[in-house]
Ligand binder design. Structure first.
Ligand SMILES: [Zn+2]
Length: 391
């Protein structure tokens, strides 16, 4: 994959950007493979820990814990809140060593992180605190829906989940992303002009290109399309803007426009409606039969708070099983956008060097095992994406 080309890219800005050898050396390739293997092991361990912990909570601790809580609170709402708090906090405590290893130690070992431990810990607390608070609101709303609507609760819950996804999709880039990263309007007239030209006729406002301060956390380069309607925007990592040539940035920006043009966010939200209806239906069946076997005949209107850990378990297992399907769709979308970027820009060389650079910077194994790709990867392997340039 060595690429000794030293041709200047066709920069129409008048500046000349020299393309260096961006392909991975054998050492870099070996390192990327090793890093990928360790990352995969962490993610598998994390998934197994989630399922094992929730199973123990659901089948061994939920009923006695709820009985003990009932001594303090009569209100079922407060017991759901307390059960959620205990389950989530104990889970965070148990998985902390793994979070530390995969989020901090591993990233430092491979020189991908610039964070101090204090900074990492602060972000970890912020992320988990937000997840805890938001999860609590969702869980309480869900149990109220169950108690009020009875056996068809899963339909109401899926509808509610859809509304939450749309609102969150709108708010995420303006409220949530800035909590974790510095977001500034892109201040580069030359790049802005190129992007404006690419965005022309696609309905994406060029006002919506932002510089995302990833470098505070990582050396990895990334870009994304986020938001719905008025908050729709392209977020380009500063790691990418500072290290990629204008041609390469143009190709990556065109890829993000591809997501906009092909309505990928809208399609994913609609698919989410179907997944959530299926997941909640499964919960409605399993929760009721489990509750009846423990507490005698009852209806969903009296769903006991002790079912909460089981609900979390069923949803976790369901989303794990669904992941390969979602990844198949996501990889299809990514290929569509790669094709769009190539056709729209015509910058084949920049496309190739951009992906080689991404593989090198992000230590991405260009050619992971097909089973690993099938099960866990939301993006096609770099080798496959590079091959698209030759089609
Ligand atoms: Zn993409």
């Amino acid at each position: 994959m060595s690429n000794p080309l030293q041709t200047p890219s066709e920069a129409d800005s008048g500046e000349t950007y020299v393309r260096t050898d961006d392909a991975l050396t054998p050492e870099q390739l070996a390192e990327a493979r090793e890093y990928g293997r360790l990352e995969l092991r962490c993610s598998l361990a994390d998934k197994m820990l989630d399922v094992a912990f929730l199973a123990v909570m659901a089948f061994a601790f939920a009923v006695p814990l709820d009985r003990w809580l009932a001594g303090f609170f009569e209100s079922a709402t407060l017991r759901v809140a307390a059960l959620y708090g205990v389950t989530t906090l104990v889970h965070m405590a148990i998985s902390f060593p793994l979070s530390y290893y995969s989020g901090f130690a591993l990233e430092h070992r491979y020189e991908m992180s610039r964070e101090t431990f204090g900074h990492w810990l602060w972000r970890y607390c912020k992320r988990n605190g937000l997840a805890l608070a938001f999860g609590l609101v969702l869980v309480l709303a869900l149990y109220w829906i169950i108690w009020l609507t009875g056996s068809w609760w899963w339909v109401a819950a899926a509808a509610g989940f859809f509304v939450v996804t749309v609102v969150l999709g709108q708010l995420a880039p303006v409220l949530i992303v800035p909590l974790f990263y510095k977001v500034e309007r892109l201040d580069n007239p030359e790049l802005s002009e190129r992007m404006a030209r690419l965005a022309e006729g696609t309905g994406l406002s060029i006002q919506g290109v932002y510089r995302l301060g990833l470098s505070e956390e990582t050396t990895k380069a990334n870009a994304m399309l986020a938001g719905i309607g008025g908050t729709r925007r392209v977020l380009m990592g500063d790691t990418l803007l500072d290290r990629f040539t204008p041609d390469e940035i143009e190709v990556i920006f065109a890829h993000e426009i591809g997501h906009h043009v092909h309505h990928h966010i809208r399609k994913m939200i609609l698919a989410g409606l179907i997944y959530s209806a299926a997941g909640f239906w499964l919960c409605s069946v399993i929760l009721l039969s489990w509750a009846q076997s423990h507490f005698g005949p009852l209806s969903a209107h009296d769903m006991p708070p002790a079912t909460l850990p089981l609900l979390m378990l069923v949803l976790t297992v369901f989303s794990l099983l669904l992941e390969p399907l979602q990844n198949v769709i996501s990889r299809r979308y990514e290929r569509q956008c790669d094709r769009y970027a190539l056709d729209r820009t015509g910058l084949r060389d920049a496309y190739v060097s951009a992906f080689q650079k991404l593989a090198r910077l992000n230590k991405d194994d260009p050619d992971p095992h097909p089973l690993e790709v099938f099960l866990f990867h939301s993006h096609p392997p770099i080798r496959e994406r590079l091959a698209m340039a030759d089609e």
